[in-house]
Design a protein around this ligand. Sequence first.
Ligand code: PGA
Length: 252
Amino acid sequence: MKKKIIIANWKMNHDFHKTTSFLRNFLKIVLEKKINHNKEIIIAPSFPFLHISNQILQGTNLKIAAQNIHQMKNGSYTGEVSASMLKSIGISQVILGHSERRKFFLENNDILLKKIKIALKYGLHIILCVGETGFERNQNQQFNVIKNQLVETVFNCSADDIIFFHIAYEPVWAIGTGKNATYKQAQTMHEYIRSLFLNKYGKNISNEISILYGGSISNLNARNFFLQKDIDGGLVGNCSLELDKFLEIIQS
Ligand code: PGA
């Protein structure tokens, strides 16, 4: 059985104190109740706290992810963080292509592909987000949009590189809105994404690739998403900020 993957995307939330106390409390409960068994749990705090977060979780199977990297190796890019910097503090995971990065920081598929290439160069595992806007869904363009996002990014990578990817399907209209996709809408899209991997890379890879749903996942609806055939886990924003809710989601 494939491991379910639960990722907490904290975005620009939680200061040093909140981050470290959450992780210490979380770790205590996880170890007591062994809820990390057969699951991959990844937490993505803000850049300044990645190092300490990684140290807190050291020696466990819990992982820390960055929420972004710059596409260049190094250089005069004030305010940016590189893949090699993450690597140097032991970070092995990065979220790329989140719709908030696409929208507010104008990240397009070209930039994203560069980020993917540099992440792979430094051996980082990538949580690649794709998703259509509400407008695109209303125009019935969701399948074209997702296909295009994959074709212009991850599908430029070799089959050997695909083990470094998780795909997160996050309909933009469902992120932070409390308006999640229906289980059926999500399952249909996940099945479609898997079929694209089947066409491009064959059966083994399409079976192995983990496709996560994200967009207003809560402690109340997580279980039903995770029961869908092609949903291998979740990328959780708001509800990952509260320890109790996040624990409930993991236990779903
Ligand atoms: P949300 O965010 O759970 O708050 O909708 C999900 C995400 O942006 O990854």
